[in-house]
Design a protein around this ligand. Structure first.
Ligand SMILES: Nc1ncnc2c1ncn2[C@@H]1O[C@H](COP(=O)(O)OP(=O)(O)O)[C@@H](O)[C@H]1O
Ligand SMILES: [Mg+2]
Length: 309
């Protein structure tokens, strides 16, 4: 099967993402383009819900490549990230060999070679990403790397340097063609310099109002125009407040969807009050939005929208 070519300009990258309803800005499209051209991992850092994970998904879907996702968490180890021997199956194989009397003095070596073969290897995301895939190298998403432990980072660095892993019983497995790698971090801690140095880095910020409105238009087409504008303006105001967790793009989309489902056509105090749980997920933040504060914010939003026209 022929491999679809990679985009050959920044514009094409932006178009490719747009074809998957991902609204990007020039800077991100440029960094992504360069990462692809130069075969380097893309490192995306930013607050939760700003659209980091979605970049990898849109890229894979747009290119028609397989998406392989490694979700990081505390305690993630090689057995879960790279490979693991299928111990129960190996045991069964040994028992069967024993029962059939196959294990004679010279049969032992053969059995050992057999149970440490591909057939008994459970491939986890990093190893899967090195395998040849129909349609071209996959997109490897290493999601929320800040959640993994530092030793895992060191291991990952080795994999990213050579695009190969060594399974002692089998040998070294090397990617014929390296995957397209996207790493994300919510920055709950700093990622080691050495990892960042291998990658091209982009800080993903909250979108500006214009781009967020475009996102809402694409993702929530059923929302009335005034509602979408109101939602975006209100969320922008909220992000200026001192909140424990400012709403991300996911919240903007959920909120526009919710208000449209409630047949709202504009953002008014009563609608905000009724749907606060869609945008704010911490009690302390909810408590900050007193009725007076909400009234103030909706007034501000009305002024913002009047200013737009
Ligand atoms: N630029 C964008 N264009 C379209 N949808 C977006 C954009 N940014 C974020 N989203 C949407 O917002 C939600 C959260 O994005 P996600 O990638 O999961 O955030 P993160 O990984 O940064 O926490 C997803 O539903 C995604 O589709
Ligand atoms: Mg994410």
């Amino acid at each position: 099967m022929p491999i679809a070519p990679l985009p050959d300009s920044v514009d094409q990258v932006a178009q490719l993402l747009a074809s998957q309803q991902y609204v990007t800005e020039r800077h991100l499209a440029t960094t992504l383009y360069l990462a692809m051209v130069m075969g380097r991992p893309l490192f995306l850092e930013g607050e939760a819900g700003v659209g980091k994970t979605e970049v990898a998904k849109a890229l894979a879907a747009g290119l028609g490549r397989r998406l392989i996702r490694l979700q990081c968490y505390e305690g993630l180890d090689i057995a879960n990230a790279v490979y693991e021997w299928n111990y129960p199956r190996q045991m069964i194989e040994i028992r069967l060999a024993e029962a059939s009397g196959e294990i004679s003095r010279d049969g032992k070596g053969k059995l050992e070679a057999d149970i440490f073969s591909d057939r008994f290897l459970i491939k986890r995301p990093l190893l899967q990403a090195l395998e040849a895939t129909e349609g071209g190298p996959p997109v490897l998403l290493i999601d929320e790397l800040d959640r993994a432990d530092e030793p895992f980072e060191a291991y990952l660095l080795e994999v990213l340097a050579e695009y190969q892993v060594t399974v002692p019983e089998l040998g070294t497995i090397r990617a014929e063609r390296p995957p397209l790698v996207v790493i994300t971090s919510n920055r709950t801690r700093e990622i080691h310099d050495a990892v960042k140095r291998r990658c091209f880095y982009h800080w993903v910020d909250y979108p500006d109002k214009e781009r967020e409105l475009e996102i809402v238009r694409r993702k929530v087409p059923q929302a009335a125009d005034m509602l979408s504008r109101g939602v975006v303006a209100f969320i922008a105001r909220l992000r200026e407040m001192e909140l424990y967790k400012a709403p991300g793009v996911a919240e903007t989309i959920d909120w526009a969807t919710s208000l449209a489902a409630l047949d709202r056509t504009a953002v008014d105090p009563e609608a905000v009050q009724a749907t606060l749980g869609v945008i704010l997920k911490y009690e302390d933040d909810v408590a900050k939005l007193t009725p007076e504060r909400i009234a103030q914010l909706t007034d501000d939003v009305r002024a913002d929208l009047a200013g737009q026209r």
